[in-house]
Design a protein around this ligand. Structure first.
Ligand SMILES: [Zn+2]
Length: 343
């Protein structure tokens, strides 16, 4: 599957910057269909059956179908997208993906149903879950590996408050994180405290414990070998150099502020993550945490690229394995876990 980071902005596939612009770009199913067609054939339709390059026949009542002028065979625009085999109009799917790309995480299927003006709750539920399946599908490529940049690594405890439980510490889960640290070009408006540094891509995974096996295993599956890694001086990270990384350990000396000063970006990520998780309706149980970590990663890594998020959600960029409504209700479908998930 093509990495979402490899999808470049295309002028012929405009991304709406506002609701009125969205309505102007995608007023009806035909407009959505034309968008899908441009996404797949930037240079114009080429029949996958006979290879003919010519304007296809378009069928007004079936906006997802193109018919070749030469061989008369049909090509489905929705094959491989999240909209395949759906009876919901394309314009509703586009609107839904736009909402999910920009919505707060706690939006319920009922709110979603109201926003989309759908009569059936099940339709809203199905759309929302199929789109979210696109977000909890993990990014697989390893981060780092760029000259002049380093990767901050740390772990933190998250969770602890779930529905029906009182105050106190419950079910805290250890989460390991890696984040690319980039630097703004000099001359740009800079955050003085962070010296112009900002976060690139992140990787997050549940860790069983703080052992070298768990933590270095996470690094191995998330970060390109050869990268410069900055972590605290916890013994769990001591073997990173032996494992092929350039490792710089910050001596914390029991003072958490030291780590925060030398690893400001990952602390910012942790802070964002915890705020986001706390904002989710009823909190997040340990069982679903990895799916939420994946969603956070999806949103975080595309925060500068809403266009990529929108296309990834619809599955225009690649194949998205989405559950059917039946699978969701029967519990057959499992949230995909991060490839480097440690359990
Ligand atoms: Zn043909």
């Amino acid at each position: 599957m093509m990495s979402a980071m490899d999808i470049h902005q295309r002028d012929d596939l405009a991304f709406p910057q506002s609701l009125p612009e969205f309505q102007r770009l995608f007023p009806d199913d035909a407009a959505c269909s034309a968008y899908l067609e441009r996404a797949r054939w930037p240079d114009g339709f080429a029949c996958p059956h006979c290879g003919a390059v010519a304007q296809p026949f378009r069928i007004a009542t079936r906006p997802g179908i193109l018919e070749c002028r030469s061989c008369r065979r049909q090509t489905g625009l929705l094959v491989g997208t999240v909209m395949e085999r759906s009876h919901t109009p394309l314009s509703v799917w586009f609107w839904a993906a736009y909402l999910v790309t920009s919505q707060t995480p706690g939006m319920s299927a009922v709110q979603f149903q109201r926003q989309l003006g759908l009569t059936r709750y099940e339709t809203a539920f199905g759309i929302l879950h199929k789109l979210r399946a696109g977000m909890v599908r993990p990014d697989q490529d390893r981060i780092g590996g760029r000259a002049g940049e380093h990767v901050e690594i740390d772990e933190t405890w998250v969770g602890g408050r779930t529905r029906g439980e009182g105050r106190g510490i419950h079910h805290k889960t250890l989460v390991a994180a890696a984040v690319e640290v980039r630097r703004r070009k000099s001359g740009a408006a800079q955050d003085k405290r962070k010296d112009g540094r900002y976060a690139g891509r992140v990787r997050l995974a549940i860790a069983d414990d703080r052992s070298a096996n768990s933590l270095c295993g996470f690094v191995g599956s998330s970060v390109m070998p050869g990268s410069l890694i900055v972590s605290d001086d916890w013994s769990g990270y001591a073997s990173l150099r032996k494992r092929g990384y350039d490792h710089h350990a910050i001596a914390e000396c029991g003072d958490p502020e030291v780590a925060e000063e030398f690893m400001p970006i990952i602390h910012l990520v942790f802070s964002n993550l915890k705020t986001w998780l706390n904002g989710i309706h009823h909190g997040v149980s340990a069982k679903h945490l990895q799916a939420y970590l994946n969603e956070f990663t999806f949103r975080f890594n595309r925060r500068f690229y809403p266009f990529n998020a929108f296309r990834s959600l619809l599955g225009i960029a690649g194949n998205v394995e989405a559950p059917t409504f039946r699978e969701l209700y029967s519990g057959e479908w499992q949230h995909p876990t991060y490839s480097g998930c440690l359990r």
